[in-house]
Design a protein around this ligand. Structure first.
Ligand SMILES: Cc1cc2nc3c(=O)[nH]c(=O)nc-3n(C[C@H](O)[C@H](O)[C@H](O)COP(=O)(O)OP(=O)(O)OC[C@H]3O[C@@H](n4cnc5c(N)ncnc54)[C@H](O)[C@@H]3O)c2cc1C
Length: 482
């Protein structure tokens, strides 16, 4: 592996550029490099691993059972990459991907406070998932954060929230995160489960598949561990964070009764959804996935997107978890190698066959989890009008509802023009899904009918100095001297 620590060390063009060093990106980069291609793997974090294997090579957490056996499996994936000739650029943020004039692609990236445009023949976006936004009254108070962010602090720095901590939400990760933080010494005073009871009905048809899937044993073990140690309250239908300049408690409603639990930290989590900003800004087609209830890029069996030459692998193309992410990365890499003429279709297919069989097995049971843990409508479209939805621009649910009903705004891009929601540093990652939900609710349609933000580069913040220092591209020079 060639470690890239400065932007001048990037040697271009690359045959394949891969964005994201989680399981999907690590597996894709290793596979393509093992087949002799020149590969760049760029990731914004200081060490490889993505979300699940975050900081697996550098974590200060020594006790293996704190993070669980699955976490340490990431070491083997990193090890495999280090044995290849792939170039790996940590701390490298990719803020744009666009076709160039030679039939390849131009990537805009930043590393060490400097930016550069580089080119590559094929692109694999392995940018992963993000936590589904969970806006409740008071969620912007200091001391309120996502449970995933708390896990990031644990994995990368061994930190746990100080004081009485409440975890609230739903989804398979909630139990994992609660168990990990408790094992690391956090004082978890309550876990508030918002899984709607009626979801069992809609998930039931998918139960048989779940019962013969790898998720069953893992899920039972996680739940038994978490419930055995922690105080769970299920059937939570409403939440509000209390406090003036920091969180001091959380008001919980369940079974029609309301209580307030004192706490110093409130961790929210109600599932993960694909991180679509880079693929969206690159122009890749996307659709609303009614089972996972989110907008997601449209890909084919080889994870090729609607733009020939751009593949999207891993949770960035639909939630399937770490194991399937690595397999999807492998499969996408094999097709990219074929597109570059280094494999025939037959060779690609036979190379991919074992990964495909494993993938089918690893995704079995996923549908049940997606249906069971779909958040309740009241948490997808917060009823309280004063709830802030766009944290960057401080736009509230009431403003969005009012603009949708009084001005007849039917889509998020129009809403953005009216209210500036989605125009801040996160480029809609934290408000997009909720803005869509609120508009759909006002007009009595599905989120699939409202569309999603149309994003443009840069998808991640970049300084003016970086932009100004970019060497002018040939096209830019030609445009000026003509
Ligand atoms: C906060 C969080 C915590 C999670 N924890 C767990 C867990 O403990 N166990 C579990 O089983 N699953 C966990 N998941 C689910 C997780 O999605 C999958 O397990 C798995 O990590 C998906 O792998 P991936 O390779 O698709 O993406 P990821 O592992 O998410 O890797 C994507 C990588 O791309 C990077 N990236 C994204 N955009 C850019 C860009 N523009 N430029 C450069 N780099 C970029 C990201 O920072 C990340 O490092 C978590 C998900 C989230 C959101």
């Amino acid at each position: 592996m060639i470690a890239i620590n400065a932007i001048d060390q990037l040697a271009e063009p690359y045959d394949i550029a891969i964005v994201g060093a989680g399981p999907a990106g690590l597996a894709a980069a290793a596979r393509a490099a093992e087949l002799g291609l020149s590969v760049l793997l760029a990731d914004e974090n200081p060490a490889p691993g993505g979300q699940i294997y975050r900081a697996v090579t550098t974590t200060p957490v020594a006790k293996r059972d704190v993070l669980g056996e699955d976490y340490w499996k990431g070491g083997a994936l990193v090890e495999r990459l280090t044995k290849t000739t792939a170039s790996y650029a940590p701390g490298c943020t990719v803020w744009s991907v666009a076709p160039d004039e030679e039939g390849g692609f131009e990537l805009g990236l930043s590393l060490g406070g400097r930016a550069r445009l580089i080119s590559a023949g094929q692109i694999i976006l392995a940018t992963g998932a993000q936590e589904r936004p969970f806006p409740i009254p008071g969620w912007t108070l200091p001391g309120v954060m996502t449970a995933g962010a708390a896990q990031i602090a644990l994995k990368s720095s061994g930190l746990v929230p100080s004081g009485r901590t409440v975890i609230a939400g739903c989804g398979p990760l909630l139990y994992l995160l609660a168990g990990q933080l408790a094992a690391a010494g956090a004082d978890i005073v309550a876990v508030l489960d918002t899984t709607p009871r009626r979801n069992w009905l809609s998930a039931l048809p998918a139960l048989p598949d779940f019962l013969r899937s790898p998720y069953l044993a893992k899920g039972l073990k996680l739940m038994a561990a978490a419930r055995g140690k922690l105080s769970f309250r299920t059937g939570v239908t409403a939440l509000a964070a209390q406090g003036a300049d920091k969180v001091t408690g959380v008001t919980v409603t369940r079974g029609g009764k309301t209580e307030t639990i004192a706490c110093d930290a409130l961790l929210l989590h109600h599932g993960v959804i694909p991180g679509i900003n880079l693929s969206n800004a690159a122009g890749c087609a996307q659709h609303f996935d009614t089972v996972q209830h989110c907008w997601t890029p449209t890909v084919d069996d080889w994870f090729a997107s609607s733009i020939p030459g751009i593949a999207i692998a891993g949770d960035g193309a639909g939630i399937g978890g770490a194991e399937s992410a690595a397999l999807r990365g492998e499969i996408a890499a094999l097709d990219a190698v074929r597109r570059l003429g280094h494999l025939t279709e037959g060779q690609r297919d036979s190379h991919a066959a074992p990964a495909r069989a494993e993938l089918a097995r690893s995704l079995r049971g996923r549908r049940f989890l997606d249906l069971l843990y779909r958040p309740a409508e009241t948490f997808l479209a917060p009823p309280a009008n004063e709830t802030i939805i766009c944290r960057c621009e401080e736009v509230t649910a009431g403003q969005i509802r009012d603009t949708a009903s009084r001005l007849g705004v039917t889509g998020p891009n129009q809403m953005k023009a009216f209210l500036r929601c989605g125009m801040g540093p996160c480029q809609g990652r934290l408000c997009g899904p909720t803005v869509v939900e609120l508009i759909a609710q006002v007009h009595g349609v599905s989120p699939a009918d409202t569309g999603y933000y149309r994003l443009r580069p840069p998808v991640k913040p970049i300084t003016l100095a970086e932009l100004a220092a970019l060497p002018p591209s040939e096209a830019a020079v030609k445009a000026v001297v003509r």
